[in-house]
Write a protein that binds this ligand. Structure first.
Ligand code: PEP
Ligand code: MN
Length: 460
């Protein structure tokens, strides 16, 4: 009976996910920016259905621990280090690249811990940092216009019609890539690789460079301290493992909503795609879908604040995202630009402090300092990046508030994407060593150098 067309396979409800709170879908009626145009297709519904039935990537209990850690950082008793790619890629999720990035974050954290004599909360822009906001919906090359690359979770970087198509099945691939990335991170940080007695080994294979030399002498000091404590009979179990959290920009709400689950202990919704989620500078409008959705999940939330943010904007975001003024709930990640930070940050911090709200202030010294090199690459100057970090510390020192963390785009690899540093990267190196599909990252040496400079500021 071939003339009878097969009935279309019924799709389960388009509103996905086991979390029951109807408010979790209120965002669907609100203005929303930066989403793909795949809604309403069967492909989209299938991807969302599949994601909704997959296990959580992180556990609610871990998210609660992180909230406590961030509360400590807001009070100046810990320091947050967030680092990783601007845009993770599916192809880049290899053991070598993941281990180099984790190792670099661990090295930076050791340097910061030593300088600040306080715990450093380690967090990767990893295992979910696949979606990118873009300033234009399209890209034109040689007279051909195609949809802009929005990150591997939406479309491919290759400049062809097929690759640039918004493909919902990429969300499922993003989930599996995040799962294998997290698996390796957990193995590295729990399985002995992060043991503080191996500080030297994290640096192996690198040549003589000012930051490496400095690291080696610090590692030798740590070694001496560890041997001393060992001789005294100290218990080193705590040094064998380290906590490591996963963070990304919660940009693609189909993905975030589909991975939101009700926690069986508390009955509350957690976005289990990562421990910490942030709202980008382009999607933080008060009445927008992004702010509404994230106001309803229990994860600690960050918001990027650019140079045009007013004190009233900040207060309204606090009211919406942290109405109960819960310690550790809200982090403001300022990205003002080196030119603006000393001028714009004080009034923002003063207004928030005067309101009685306690947020964690973190500096992202990357996104306000992007320039184009003479040979046409998107880049950042290490000096500008450091200048913004210094400005951030100066402002908080002057106000008596807490400079609580650092958010950087970095990699463990030997790339050339940001200019300068002690062993300076020059733009002639970009043609061979520029790998980022999106924003330029600090390479391994520049990341370590930054850690030493920030460590000095924390020790001061
Ligand atoms: C990012 O963190 O890669 C990003 C796009 O940042 P912002 O929202 O601050 O521009
Ligand atoms: Mn970026």
């Amino acid at each position: 009976m071939s003339e009878i067309a097969e009935a279309p396979k019924p799709l389960t409800t388009p509103i996905p996910g086991p979390a029951a709170d109807p408010g979790l879908d209120a965002w669907r009626e609100l203005p929303i920016q930066q989403q793909p145009d795949w809604r309403g297709t069967d492909e989209h519904a299938r991807a969302v259905d599949e994601l909704s039935s997959l296990p959580p990537l992180v556990f609610a209990g871990e998210v609660d621990v992180l909230r406590q850690r961030l509360a400590e950082a807001a009070r100046g008793k810990a320091f947050l280090l967030q680092g990783g790619d601007c845009a993770e890629t599916f192809d880049g999720a290899t053991a070598d690249k993941i281990s180099a990035r984790v190792k670099t974050i661990l090295q930076m954290a050791v340097v910061l811990t030593y300088g600040a004599s306080m715990p450093v909360i380690k967090m990767g822009r990893m295992a979910g940092q696949f979606a990118k906001p873009r300033s234009s919906n399209t890209e034109t090359r040689d007279g051909v216009t195609l949809p802009a690359f929005r990150g591997d979770i939406v479309n491919g970087f290759e400049f062809t019609e097929e690759s640039r198509r918004h493909d919902p099945s990429r969300m499922v691939r993003a989930y599996h890539t995040a799962a294998s990335t997290l698996n390796l991170i957990r193995a590295f940080t729990q399985g002995g690789f992060a043991d503080l007695r191996l500080v030297h080994q994290w640096n192996q294979g690198f040549s003589a460079n000012p930051a490496y030399k400095q690291y080696e002498s610090l590692a030798a000091e740590i070694d001496r301290a560890v041997r001393f404590m060992d001789a005294c009979g100290a218990d080193f179990d705590a040094l064998k493992r380290t906590e490591f959290f996963a963070a990304h920009e919660a940009l693609l709400l189909d993905y975030e909503r589909s991975l939101t689950r009700t926690d069986s202990r508390t009955g509350l919704p957690y976005d289990t795609s990562g421990h910490f989620l942030w709202i980008g500078e382009r999607t933080r409008q008060l009445d927008s879908a992004h702010v509404d959705f994230l106001s309803r999940v229990r994860n600690p939330i960050g918001v990027k604040l650019g140079p045009t943010t007013s004190g009233d904007d900040a207060l309204a975001l606090i009211d919406k995202l942290d109405p109960n003024r819960e310690p550790g709930r809200l982090t403001f990640i300022t990205r003002m630009g080196a030119k603006n930070i000393r001028e714009n940050l004080p009034s923002l911090v003063e207004k928030v402090t005067a309101s009685g709200a306690e947020v964690l202030w973190v500096t992202d010294p990357m996104h306000g300092n992007t320039v184009t090199s003479a040979n046409g690459y998107k880049t950042r100057r290490f000096d500008d990046v450091m200048d913004e970090v210094r400005g951030f510390f100066e402002v908080h020192d002057a106000l008596g508030t807490v400079a609580g963390g650092l958010h950087v785009e970095m990699t463990g690899d030997d790339v050339a994407e940001c200019l300068g540093g002690a062993d300076p990267i020059r733009e002639e190196q970009f043609d061979d060593l520029y790998e980022s599909l999106c924003d330029p990252r600090l390479n391994h040496r520049q990341s370590l150098e930054m850690a030493f400079l920030v460590s000095g500021a924390l020790a001061a």
